[in-house]
Ligand binder design. Sequence first.
Ligand SMILES: *Cc1c(COP(=O)(O)O)cnc(C)c1O
Length: 239
Amino acid sequence: MSEDMTIEARLQQVYHTIAAARARRTHVPKEAPVELIAVTKNHSVEEMQTAIDKGVMNIGENRVQEALEKAETLEREVKWHLIGHLQTNKVKHAVRQFDLIHSVDSIRLAEEIDKAAAKFGKVQNILVQINLAREASKSGIDYTELDDLLAAIDGLRSVRLQGFMCMAPNYDDVEECRPLFRTMYEIFQQVKAAEPRTADIRYLSMGMTHDYEIAVEEGANLVRVGTAIFGARQYALGV
Ligand SMILES: *Cc1c(COP(=O)(O)O)cnc(C)c1O
């Protein structure tokens, strides 16, 4: 990927890659659609607007504060996704800003979101993040604790569970992600089939720039892509 390509050209490339990956699916329905989330953390509001004007309908941000600041100047309608870890002291703001929170990974966090959403008069759509690879550096619930979390969420009235999110480890050989994505798809299908949740479970959020092709082949229907659209992120010194 060259750095001087435009956002529009890169987006076209990403859409083509997604379409090609869908066509290569073997045990997932090829026609099952995939939505692209453009991950805009550390990128400017101008770049966000360009992407939205070229057809992007979903924006992903890691940090609540950054999203709030950008939302103030962004003059576009878009669906906001919180993809980073959520601290309980930021829940109130997150509920105001985000259409879908991908990173619910504890009963306590689900309960805090429920409380804040009830106060705000909203039903908050959420995904449960599963740390399937059990990486200490990543958030997400351990698979063995999933049933308890799902049971707790069933009892909450102001959150709506819509599916699952996961991040694969940063393997040198990206093919190593495949079994993990395949297992996530199986979990997704199982929970989707189980009453009483059937109706609302619809999203499997997995795949980033280095592994979204494989994620789509294995059944992702929400991919979170930043670098492939906007180029490398610039981080301020000392951050
Ligand atoms: C930053 C981030 C992404 C996008 O990463 P790229 O490699 O730039 O595509 C996706 N998901 C999460 C949770 C992220 O933090």
